[in-house]
Design a protein around this ligand. Structure first.
Ligand code: G4P
Length: 519
């Protein structure tokens, strides 16, 4: 097959991997990059370099825990089903068990996801949570059941669990021939080929062993699996009603190529993005995009920030002027970090679906739209209601101003959300994962020289309140002790319990209590 050109709008597959820690995301990522020849680890290389230079406490947390608090973008290319070149943008999500908002936001910037499940363990709660975010955002999912080379649960059990817990149709595309000590390889239903660990088929499926001879009992099981579940249906998959399931082993490189082929063939290309009533298509003749992540202070000596823009439409050219919605005037993008290039240094263009890193000094905020004509505002990029709320306790009362600045900065960056209560002086911070709190305290100290502690707040969650003006006034009058303003001055109801939210919702039918806020 010779390589042909793909239309720019069709050539990208921008996706994330969601999984529980230890399911094998890192191993799978490595193997995916290897299959794509052109390995490009821009974000990671950058983060490592920065960690060497800047030993901030924040980076220390990462090092100590051996986790990556920050996400990165990895890009590789491969020939697609019709010989065209497909560019894959893999957005890494922090794999720690405390998922931060960062993870959720990364999911706003992808068009599809791979859910990795450990064959022995099944779906764990955090994976389910991420799955629900994907569903909320209409991000379709391909399932990879990993570690079939090890002793695992009955694969039928895993399939049924996915179907039940996630209320999805499951459609197995490959099947493990035995597991653990009996593992013989992976059968591809489409071709009947078997990838075997030995016998000359070191690589995965498709390339090798056409001998379908497998022990009787495994053959029967495989047949049952093939007829017992719905066939793959591209539309149902893209609607989020069905997930194709691939069994394999990231470590042994079984089933990985099949997985990447599935993404090339079935995963959606860059999708249109809502902007109010309008939908901006990738072919729209103007460069547009939105900021889904800001990574700041990679080097504390220079308050540098990289804003990550998901490109929605047009052909970006280096040096181009784009207007950020939060700024109102154009900025020239001279040194974009274009992750898709094979050579990370500088590339000159980017397409819809690509991620561009834009160095800036605080002008770009998460949720900003960037565009050439400044006429579009993307919608649907939510803030998530925090699940952990803490009061910030300043050790040195003369640092009030610095604290406010720091909290504003860090909330802008998306590390935390900040709420200023209508009554009382103590600021409240909200996060969706415990780890964010640790990051907050160490960054306050390292970068802002503010020593602060966190104490329990009498609230369990928060809801953005909006609606009828008179009803809102009345609500405010009666609930002042439970009200706060967020960084943008929007009204937030601080609830003592989920029950409290339900109670107020019932009592105030003209008001909307929202768990997400559009940025
Ligand atoms: P994560 O990023 O999702 O946290 O998982 P990671 O890839 O780090 O994998 C977690 C552990 O599972 C690693 O072992 C890894 O080698 C192992 N693993 C990943 N895929 C497979 C697989 O297909 N089969 C088997 N048998 N093991 C797999 P570890 O002992 O924690 O680390 P290491 O000593 O291998 O570095």
């Amino acid at each position: 097959m010779t390589s042909t050109t793909n239309s720019p709008e069709n050539s990208r597959r921008t996706f994330a991997i969601i999984s529980h820690p230890d399911a094998g995301k890192t191993t799978l990522t490595e193997k995916l990059l290897l299959t794509g020849g052109a390995i490009h680890l821009a974000g990671e290389v950058k983060a490592r370099g920065a960690a060497r230079r800047a030993r901030s406490d924040w980076m220390k947390i990462e090092q100590q825990r051996g986790i990556s608090v920050t996400s990165s973008v990895m890009t590789f290319e491969r020939e697609g089903p019709d010989g065209e070149t497909v560019t894959f943008n893999l957005l890494d999500t922090p794999g720690h068990e405390d998922f931060s908002e960062d993870t959720y936001r990364t999911l706003t910037a992808v068009d599809s996801a791979i859910m990795v499940i450990d064959a022995a363990k099944g779906i764990e709660p955090q994976t389910r949570k991420l799955f629900e975010v994907c569903r909320l955002r209409n991000v379709p999912i391909i399932t990879f059941v990993n570690k079939v080379d090890r002793e695992g649960r009955d694969p039928f059990e895993t399939l049924d669990e996915v179907a039940d817990m996630l209320a999805l149709d499951v459609s197995p595309q490959t099947w493990p021939i035995g597991m653990g000590g009996e593992f013989e390889g992976v059968l591809d239903f489409a071709t009947g080929h078997v990838a075997r660990p030995e016998g000359g088929s070191k690589e995965f499926l498709g390339t090798f062993d056409e001998d379908p001879a497998i022990p009787e009992r495994f053959a029967e099981q495989a047949e049952l699996a093939q007829i017992g579940y719905p066939e793959f249906d591209a539309e149902a998959y893209r609607n989020g009603d069905l997930t194709p399931v691939y069994f394999g082993s990231a470590l042994k490189n079984f089933g990985v190529i099949k997985l990447i082929e599935a993404i090339a063939e079935h995963a959606p290309p860059p999708r249109p993005q809502p902007a109010g009533e309008e939908l901006i298509e990738p072919a729209h003749d103007e460069v547009t995009g939105f900021i889904f992540k800001v990574q700041a202070n990679m080097d504390p000596n220079h308050r540098d920030r990289i804003a990550f823009m998901r490109q929605v439409s047009g052909t970006f050219k280096r040096g181009m002027k784009l207007t950020p919605s939060g700024l109102g005037k154009p900025i020239a993008i001279h040194s974009p970090i274009l992750f898709f290039a094979q050579d990370r240094e500088i590339a000159d263009t980017a397409q819809a679906g690509d991620i561009i890193g834009i160095p800036n000094h605080g002008t770009l905020r998460v949720g900003d739209t960037l565009s050439e004509k400044d006429a579009i505002r993307f919608t649907g990029l939510p803030n998530f209601a925090p699940e952990i709320l803490r009061r910030v306790q300043l050790r040195d009362p003369t640092k009030t101003k610095q604290l406010r600045k720091a909290l504003d900065d860090l909330s802008e960056e998306g590390v935390i959300q900040v709420f200023y209560p209508e009554l009382g002086a103590q600021h409240i911070v909200g996060v969706v994962g415990q780890l964010q709190l640790e990051v907050l305290v160490s960054r306050l100290s390292a970068e802002y020289k503010v020593e602060a502690g966190l104490e329990a707040a009498p609230f369990a969650t928060a809801r953005w309140v909006s609606g009828d003006e008179a009803a809102l006034d009345e609500f405010e009058r009666f609930n002042r002790a439970n009200l706060a303003r967020d960084r943008d001055g929007d009204l937030v109801f601080m609830a003592k319990s989920p029950w409290d939210v339900g109670y107020q919702e019932e009592k105030n039918p003209k008001l909307k209590f929202s768990a997400t806020k559009e940025r």
